[in-house]
Design a protein around this ligand. Structure first.
Ligand code: IVH
Length: 670
């Protein structure tokens, strides 16, 4: 038994910790513990609050649901609150649910079964057939206005063509990121040195909360609809209403099914338990709803959820296996990530050999020992995670896993900054994976876009001592490359040509390419529009950096430390001498109708503005940007090195090609 004083301290500590996890999960979309660990903490708090009611408070995290509300968006009230659903994991409880409902109805009840999509919920209001406003769930009563972002999702109609729709109606659904898109996005993030998203759900809700709708558009989100609300509903059953919603152009998945009784409901659940791995999206269960709206009204709601619906949750698949060893990997930015090597085990259709351990805290939390039997779980993450340890089978000889103190690649003493979860290797200048990683980042598509040079070639060049940092790339010659394995004459000249033409890449992308810690694509753009040249940026102090929207002390200090390093300055001076762009031009905010009704395809490399900036310019002047050439393309904004396939197609269709200069003149920017 603990003392009252200890209980009070523990309660306070747990509340703080849980609030932090809630923030990580709902606001930052980057949970650091698994749901299982989170539930353990919440359980402990609940037990303590029950035992010591004198320490209970109204604002304890045990008394409220987490909220996704963020400051950047305007909030609006939900016309109908967004409630949650009661959960069950058992067939027995499902039958009890049916018994309760039949008590009210007095007759057998029809149900609608739907998949429970694991994404971010959205509520979209339509007025007179047009998309009016989209709100996130928020705290259930008020949500964030993410209309601009929702407008970029192709499968959500902006306008309903069907005439007979209610004057005002609300459709609710789940915003999803298909697993394939999620995998692609995460590998891009990793190659850019960004933290990957934990799962498609976090990626979807993180994307919804982005401030730049263009980035949202590029992420290929989808939306599945499951609820219609209106004062003038077209039908008296949920199923018929959903069929209407589908006919109005919304995605209502074919998996929706009308079930005449509980047996059919259970049949549906077991059918999808095995089929769910074949879906392009993640689901975490099935939602069972009373079909008749009249009966729904009679059943009503509890404070948190409707009495006429329940969700049957599938248990996350787990496997028990042995922890063989822990490896420590050093990433491009020097972050050290522990990875568990496991005895191979079958889990949800694939063999698992490795599991993520996140960071030192996670190892500590699990109290991990070598040779432990560990539970691995797949929650849609890139690699599975360890969610628990079977302590009953631990032998005394099993050594506790200690986080390493020195870099496994270069032997430097690792650093962990106050308030940060990760350890990193500070040997920025000489640690090989960091050196290679920075070069790989520099040449990547969204940075300098140097084609033909992949990870393998960089490895070769590095091991042959031909490059040590990215400025060395510009000294390479065809003769340097030819002797390398697998590189022919032609590929060598292509690589050199691509390196040479990369000096045209606009300033904001060059800033991004430098690989300054915490300076991603968006931050680089912001910096480039505020500090018009690298010389200006180098002179900036913390105060002037922080005065820029989106730049906080963490980014500011990283920029300052980058430019206070003499070697970096030398590298930048060398890049300057090769002609790399270190200053940029302003895109004016003028808006006109010059490009009205024109569909424009952007292709090639540009010198005056980045591709993204050209997209913005096209929109500002009333045009539409499209990614593929077709009969309806008005003209192609053609830069250098336009792809041969695109060129051929354009010529075949007789589509005009407009140069960068010509284009800028047209819109009056020159
Ligand atoms: S119906 C009042 N149907 O699950 C009932 N919800 O825990 C409203 N969800 O916030 C929900 N798939 O984001 C419903 N087919 C489905 C669903 C679904 C996923 C989510 C939704 C909601 C949460 C409830």
């Amino acid at each position: 038994m603990i003392s009252k004083q200890e209980a009070k301290r523990r309660i306070e500590k747990l509340r703080k910790e849980i609030e932090e996890h809630n923030h990580n999960y709902y606001v930052l979309n980057s949970p650091v513990v698994s749901d299982f660990e989170f539930d353990l903490l919440l359980n402990e708090l609940q037990t303590l609050e029950k035992a010591y009611p004198e320490f209970g408070t109204e604002d304890s995290p045990t008394q409220k649901v987490g909220s996704d509300i963020s400051r950047e968006f305007r909030q609006y009230e939900h016309l109908y609150p967004m409630l949650s659903l009661g959960n069950t994991y058992s067939e027995e409880e499902l039958r009890e649910f049916n018994t309760r409902i039949e008590k009210t109805s007095g007759t057998p009840v029809e149900y609608v079964c739907e998949l429970k999509f694991d994404g971010a919920s959205i509520s979209i209001t339509y007025r007179n057939g047009s998309l009016f406003r989209a709100l996130t769930r928020g705290d259930g009563t008020r949500g964030d206005d993410v209309t601009r972002n929702i407008m970029t999702i192709k499968s959500i109609p902006r306008q309903i063509t069907e005439k007979r729709v209610p004057g005002e109606f609300i459709v609710r659904g789940e915003i999803l990121m298909p697993r394939a898109v999620f995998n692609r996005l995460n590998s891009e993030r990793v190659s850019e040195g960004l933290q990957p998203f934990a799962n498609p759900r976090n990626a979807a809700s993180g994307t919804l909360k982005l401030l730049d709708p263009e980035i949202v558009a590029a992420r290929d989100l989808d939306c599945m609809f499951y609820f219609l609300l209106s004062e003038e509903l077209p039908a008296e059953t949920h199923f018929e209403n959903m069929m209407k919603v589908s006919s109005w152009g919304f995605m209502v998945p074919d998996s929706i099914r009308l079930c005449r009784n509980t047996d059919e409901v259970i049949q549906y659940i077991s059918e999808w338990e095995s089929k769910r791995n074949d879906l392009p999206f993640d689901i975490d269960g099935v939602v069972v709803k009373v079909n008749s709206l009249e009966l729904q009204r009679r059943l009503g709601f509890t404070a948190k959820s409707p009495r006429w619906a329940i969700s049957y949750k599938y248990k996350a698949e787990q496997a028990l296996t042995k922890l063989l060893s822990v490896s420590f990997q050093v990433g491009r930015t020097g972050t050290v990530t522990p990875v568990a090597n496991l005895e191979p085990v079958l889990l949800a259709g694939t063999t698992v050999k490795r599991a993520s351990l996140h960071n030192a805290d996670q190892i500590e939390l699990l109290d991990l020992h070598l040779g432990d039997m560990v539970y691995v779980e797949k929650g849609g993450e890139i690699i599975p995670k360890i969610v628990g340890v079977d302590h009953s089978v631990r032998s005394d000889e099993n050594k506790k896993i200690e986080f390493i103190s020195h870099c496994p690649e270069c032997g430097t003493l690792l650093v962990r900054n106050e308030g940060e979860a990760n350890h990193y290797c500070p040997n920025y200048l000489h640690c090989p994976p960091q050196l290679k990683g920075r070069i790989e980042h520099f040449i990547s598509r969204k940075a300098m876009n140097i084609e033909g040079l992949g990870e393998e070639t960089v490895d070769l060049l590095f091991s042959k001592n031909l490059i040590r940092n990215y400025s060395d790339l510009y000294d390479l010659t065809v003769q340097d490359l030819i002797p390398l394995e697998r590189l022919g004459d032609k590929s060598a000249s292509n690589i050199i040509r691509s390196i040479k033409s990369s000096v045209e890449v606009p300033y904001s992308r060059v800033l991004y390419a430098l690989g300054i810690r915490h300076v991603g694509e968006t931050v680089a753009k912001t910096i480039a529009s505020r500090f018009r040249s690298v010389d200006e940026l180098m002179k900036a102090d913390e105060e002037s950096l922080i005065s820029v929207n989106e730049i906080g002390p963490r980014i500011a200090s990283s920029i300052i430390s980058f430019f206070s390093d003499e070697d970096n300055i030398k590298i930048i001076n060398r890049l300057k001498s090769y002609g790399v762009q270190f200053s940029g031009e302003d895109i004016s905010a003028a808006e006109t109708d010059i490009l009205r009704d024109l569909t424009i395809v952007i292709s090639g490399v540009f010198s005056k503005h980045s591709r993204e900036e050209y997209k913005t310019l096209i929109e500002r002047h009333g045009g539409r940007n499209s990614s593929s050439i077709s009969g309806s393309t008005s003209f192609i904004l053609a830069g250098e090195n336009m792809g041969p396939a695109k060129k051929e197609k354009a010529e075949k269709l007789g589509i005009k090609m407009v140069s960068e200069e010509e284009f800028l003149k047209t819109i009056g920017e020159d």
